[in-house]
Design a binder for this molecule. Structure first.
Ligand code: FAD
Length: 430
């Protein structure tokens, strides 16, 4: 039991992940009295286990603009946030060309630093200018973002918590929110917690994959009708779907995962339609496949396409470790397929605490909105380790300002059909 929780809290933030901590940091900087409660601890959820990729590669204009703002926040203090601005490279086969060209065009319009290479020869030549041992065939489009990169998951959350505390926020761990007492208009008057009941003026819900339970406590619907952009109504859709993100690591000296210029590697994201074989020549798959990978503290970390779990999932205890037995073979083979230096890396695969579950919304994009008159919900649909600026924007909204960056993510879009465009990527978050 925590030693202190005031009986009245002006702004209560639930969840000490990236959104809760960033919100608290920015609110405290604005002089607001803010308390974060977390049932476990700082970075105990998805933010503390995320691969840590910070990229702008989004097909949706609103996502792209928001990510540009997020990169600015990461870049504002790389040391404290354990951020590495190495850039990000997305590579794809012909089927991804149109999407990546569109992403690139938009990035140019909003001034996001990136370059595009189209055609297999051009792509190979660009990748070999970075890595002399690059050898992935059949990739005909490459978007190289010169901003973004990655951060170390847990360390960055501890750094963010330090910033929030230094600005004056209180972070109380070991306190679980168990319910809300609302007035006739649906405004939350009191929050019930494992450490007693507290009176509140404002609440921010930022509970990552636990959102379905808090959503229910707020009396919000777990099914809804969704108006499609063409006006059609998709009736009675489940609000939440769980996906399991498969991720893993290989032990590999990070000093060897560098470019030929001696710089740390950018994040690499490869979608391919080429047959994938392991180092002994065994066919792993002849279906299209995709992986991402980046340097980590002691090796290389990354993942592959996620597995769809379904609409019901018990998030406690938070699951981790890879679920698909074939994942280590597939992911290691993909690394070796791309860079000769990873030949034989399967034997260095480590089953560590990586991978985990995410709760996706009905359209796979975030809901950042007031869901009760004084309750702002940050439900990022598992896009969000990189989205460190969302908390800054929430803090502005709580001050009564309008956020153009968050506006496209209002809940109302499901009724109005103002949905985000969908890409051809096999990932639910692109
Ligand atoms: C394996 C994996 C890899 C990922 N990789 C990336 C990536 O590379 N880049 C990227 O941008 N995104 C990535 N994501 C997505 C990203 O991690 C999440 O979208 C983001 O971290 C969610 O942040 P959050 O603050 O909403 O929630 P979380 O970080 O999950 O924090 C929620 C907190 O709420 C607390 N909590 C829950 N219920 C209660 C309650 N009732 N009372 C009190 N506290 C409560 C939990 O203890 C937890 O600490 C990944 C996700 C996973 C699962």
């Amino acid at each position: 039991m925590p030693d202190r929780l005031p009986s009245s809290i002006p702004v209560l933030v639930i969840g000490a992940g990236v959104h809760g901590l960033s919100t608290a940091w920015h609110l405290a900087k604005q002089g607001r009295t803010v308390t974060v409660v977390d049932k476990t601890g700082v970075g105990a959820g998805a933010s503390g286990i995320a691969c840590g990729v910070v990229r702008n590669n989004y097909f949706q204009p609103a996502m792209s603009e928001l990510m540009a703002a997020c990169v600015e926040v990461w870049e504002s203090d790389p040391k404290a946030l354990h951020y590495h601005g190495t850039g990000y490279v997305a590579l794809g086969p012909p089927s991804q060309e149109a999407d990546l060209i569109e992403v690139y065009e938009r990035q140019q319009r909003i001034g996001y630093p990136s370059e595009l290479h189209v055609g297999e020869e051009q792509v190979t030549s660009h990748m070999r200018s970075l890595f002399g041992d690059w050898r992935a065939p059949g990739l005909t489009v490459c978007l190289h973002e010169r901003a973004g990169g990655y951060a170390f998951n847990r360390e960055s959350m501890l750094g963010l918590a330090d910033k929030a505390r230094a600005a004056g926020a209180d972070i109380v761990t070991g306190v679980e929110v168990t319910g809300f007492d609302m007035d006739a208009a649906g405004a939350v008057e009191r929050v019930r917690t494992s450490a007693g009941t507290v009176e509140v003026d404002q609440v921010v819900v930022a509970v990552g994959p636990w959102i379905a339970s808090l959503w229910e406590m707020l009396g919000l619907p777990d099914r809804l009708d969704v108006r499609q952009p063409d006006g059609e109504l998709a009736a009675d859709q489940p609000m939440w779907t769980y996906w399991y993100l498969q991720e893993g690591e290989i032990g590999f000296d990070p000093a060897r995962f560098i470019t030929d210029d001696g710089l740390p590697s950018p994040v690499l994201h490869v979608d391919s339609d080429q047959p994938l074989r392991d180092d002994s020549g065994r066919l792993i798959t002849s279906e299209p496949w995709g992986v991402y990978f980046k340097p980590d503290r002691e090796g290389v970390q990354g993942g592959a396409q996620p597995l769809r779990v379904g609409h019901e999932f018990d998030v406690d205890p938070y699951p981790t470790g890879t679920v698909d037995l074939e994942f280590p073979d597939m992911w290691s083979a993909a690394l070796s397929h791309c860079l000769e230096r990873f030949e034989g890396c399967r034997s260095a695969y480590r089953q560590v605490r990586s991978g985990g579950v995410g709760a996706f919304t009905v359209d796979n994009f975030p809901v950042f909105d007031y869901m009760r008159p004084n309750v702002f919900v940050a439900a990022d649909s598992n896009h969000g380790y990189k989205m460190i600026a969302v908390g800054r924007e929430i803090a502005r909204v709580l001050e009564g300002e309008h956020s153009s960056l968050l506006h496209p993510f209002r809940y109302e879009r499901f009724q109005t059909g103002d949905l985000h465009p969908v890409s051809h990527s096999p990932y639910p978050w692109s």
